[in-house]
Write a protein that binds this ligand. Structure first.
Ligand code: SAM
Length: 404
């Protein structure tokens, strides 16, 4: 009972703080060009493997609406619902919506994402839920996950932006406490700004520039009654308890980029994408997680049984573009190709045999790897195919679907 009361007190404090300082503060420049807060759409699409445009999208903890506006501009034919428990934030969001054209498909509602009534407030059947910068600051995270799972369609996805163990507040809060500042209550002033400059100067982990940030940012991201700076495993386990399945982390996806140079990726076999991303977190914990979860489990292709793998269908994703070299039937020669992904700022230089190029060119999700190779009239040992396809699976240049 006392825990429930404590949680309610914290929740009231959080709401009071956002009522006082709605987030984000909206300047004209910001609402004209709202920032895209999710990982690049092409990465989400490639990971999620959804073919149709999401019909309904929920922005959970939408604040003054910037995240919802950015999503609505991208998904012009989806219905977008923004929910926040701060009536003042929702009032600002509605006001801004009226001042912009092309946002009729957005609806803002006041509601608490941790109450059982959330479904009644926002409805269900959401194909996508976006929750950015919210769950790190609320006490009843488990309830929010349960609600998200309830609100999603059977093939829905949840994007979650939450703090990691290396979030700057993990070290700055104890440091500020040592300097005599009360963390539960934000009070701006010269003293505080000097203390923040001191933290910035002494922080050896290249902390982002904080000392000049606005009061609304500091009040939520550094001060306040609680901040969860949790490792990936903790966020995953909360989502799993609600029946959601971890697909991947955008931070880990990018951190994997160096392993394709010297074939280091082979060391990670037979791990799924999700498992490799968990491995990355062990060595390189993130400051901020950008995570993707889905309602249906995604089977890991049979990497340990290369012949069984050949019976899986391969589909190239749209994450990369490639200028294909001219076709030559020189099977022994390695060809140089460059996979480019503008959205993830990635360039991968590969030296690959012609049969691998053909797989990449022709993988349309209809043919199995076996059929693709048979069409070439080329015999390649199954484990050699497995290794190369695994690199593309980790790069998210190719997806694999069971033919059953
Ligand atoms: C840091 S802001 C993020 C706003 C928005 N997601 C963005 O990134 O621009 C956090 C928002 O979550 C809202 N929030 C916190 N706890 C909530 C809850 N239990 N239910 C609904 N909204 C909540 C706050 O009112 C605040 O507007």
């Amino acid at each position: 009972m006392w825990l429930l009361r404590l949680n309610m007190n914290i929740s009231t404090e959080v709401r009071r703080s956002y009522e006082l300082r709605p987030y984000p503060v909206v300047g004209k420049r910001i609402w004209n060009q709202p920032r895209w807060r999710l990982p690049p759409p092409k990465w989400i699409e490639a990971m999620w493997q959804r073919v149709r445009v999401p019909e309904r999208i929920l922005v959970a903890g939408c604040g003054t609406g910037m995240e919802a506006f950015a999503i609505a501009r991208r998904f012009k034919h989806s219905e977008v619902v923004g929910v926040d428990f701060s009536p003042r934030s929702i009032a600002i969001a509605r006001h801004l919506q009226k001042r912009q054209a092309g946002l009729r498909h957005v609806r803002f509602v006041v509601g608490d994402i941790t109450t059982r009534h959330l479904v009644n407030t926002v409805g269900n059947d959401f194909d996508l839920i976006s929750c950015h910068g919210v769950l790190s600051y609320i006490p009843q995270t488990r309830r929010a996950f349960d609600n998200f799972a309830r609100c999603l369609t059977p093939h829905g996805a949840l994007y979650l932006g939450v703090n990691g163990v290396r979030h700057f507040s993990a070290t700055w809060r104890p440091a500020l406490a040592k300097l005599g500042f009360q963390l539960a209550e934000f009070e701006d002033g010269k003293e505080l700004r000097q203390a923040l400059r001191l933290c910035e100067a002494l922080d050896s982990h290249n902390a982002p520039r904080i000392a000049n940030r606005g009061a609304e940012y500091l009040a939520g991201d550094l001060f306040g009654p609680l901040i969860h700076n949790w490792p990936l495993a903790r966020w995953m386990s909360l989502a799993q308890s609600a029946g959601l399945h971890f697909l991947g982390s955008y931070y880990a996806h990018r951190a994997l980029r160096p392993i394709f140079k010297d074939d280091l990726y082979r060391q990670l076999l037979p791990r799924s994408r999700a498992e490799t991303h968990m491995f990355v977190e062990l060595l390189s914990p993130s400051r901020f997680h950008s995570l993707l979860f889905v309602t249906q489990p995604r089977p890991n292709p049979p990497w340990q049984n290369a012949s069984a793998l050949l019976r899986w269908r391969a589909r190239s994703t749209d994450l990369y573009t490639c200028r294909w070299p001219k076709r030559r039937r020189l099977w022994r020669k390695l060809r140089r190709v460059q996979l480019k992904s503008v959205s993830t700022n990635t360039v991968v230089d590969l030296s690959v045999p012609e049969w691998e190029l053909e797989i990449l060119r022709q993988a349309d999700g209809k043919q199995t790897l076996e059929q693709l190779l048979a069409g070439l009239g080329k015999r390649v040992p199954a484990n050699v195919v497995r290794d190369r396809v695994y690199s593309h699976y980790l790069l998210v240049s190719v997806n694999l679907v069971s033919a059953d």
